[in-house]
Design a protein. Structure first.
Ligand code: B12
Length: 216
């Protein structure tokens, strides 16, 4: 697919036009485009533009919500394709992923979960607004060897550190690697709270998780 296609896809998010978004995505799927390209070069660029305009007061919450709905509809269709591409692979590791308590942003976290799953990891996505004790109990129950935490809001970022401390207190920290992500998360912040890595997008997440588990 060419740049014009990705620009049109981004524009459907900006316009809040879910019908056109679904039409374009289905068209792309038929033409065997790379589903991750459609998310990262198309839909994500659209939502970033709306996010920036929301930040500067050019657009308001209802438009942001509409744009997010369009993005979600598109990513759901693309997630199915990403999942199909990874069906036959053997699990490279067990991961639990969620968005921390106080934060309901789920698009980026879900994209990361789907792409990791498609790249051979067994991923348990426990959703949004996840409390410290729920991260810990799921890691224990599923015997995960990686935990991924997402946050897009600044205030709930501290929950990531609380989860890592709880892991230390319960003797889980040695055996479980921790990767964090989301737009306010920096390398410095990850170091400060004692995470093992930060992932800046879905491809970076795959690269880092593979490295953490010694696959590269
Ligand atoms: C869409 C959106 C929403 C949607 C969310 C819909 C949904 N179902 O998720 C809605 C409209 C609901 C929403 C609500 C709010 N939002 Co909002 N939202 C956004 C927006 C525009 C885009 C986020 C997004 O989906 N991006 C696309 C995905 C693909 O990218 P991503 O999330 O960054 O994820 C990628 C990477 O970060 C990374 N990654 C993410 N997580 C993880 C995890 C791991 C483990 C790894 C390895 C990698 C990784 O990989 C992902 C894939 O590439 C951002 C703007 C922005 N610049 O991010 C604002 C933004 C995050 N929102 C913001 C705000 C303020 C809010 C509200 C408080 C607004 C309000 N007044 O009510 C509420 C929050 C309520 C709450 N308690 O959470 C602010 C945050 C400011 C701050 N620093 O705290 C932003 C930055 C907008 C702005 N410029 O002001 N929002």
């Amino acid at each position: 697919m060419d740049q014009e296609y990705f620009d049109k896809l981004a524009q459907t998010v900006i316009d809040g036009d879910s019908e056109e978004c679904v039409r374009l995505v289905k068209d792309g799927i038929q033409q065997r485009m790379n589903p991750l390209d459609a998310i990262e070069k198309g839909l994500a660029r659209g939502i970033m533009k709306v996010g920036d305009d929301f930040g500067t007061g050019v657009v308001f919450l209802p438009e942001l919500i509409m744009a997010a709905d369009v993005m979600k509809k598109g990513t759901e269709l693309l997630d199915e394709q990403i999942a199909l591409s990874g069906l036959k692979r053997q699990a490279l590791g067990k991961m639990v992923i969620g968005t921390v308590k106080g934060d309901i942003h789920d698009i980026g976290k879900s994209v990361v979960a789907s792409v990791l799953q498609a790249n051979g990891f067994d991923v348990n996505d426990i959703g949004i607004d996840v409390a410290v004790e729920d991260f810990i109990s799921t890691v224990k129950e599923t015997k995960a060897n990686v935990l991924g935490m997402s946050a897009l809001l600044t205030l709930p970022l501290q929950v990531m550190g609380e989860v890592i401390n709880a892991m230390k207190n319960q003797g889980l920290r040695e055996e479980v690697k921790v990767i964090v992500g989301g737009c306010p998360v920096t390398e410095e912040f990850a170091d400060e709270i004692g995470a093992d890595a930060v992932g800046f997008d879905a491809s970076d997440a795959v690269k880092k998780v593979r490295r953490l588990l010694g696959h590269d």
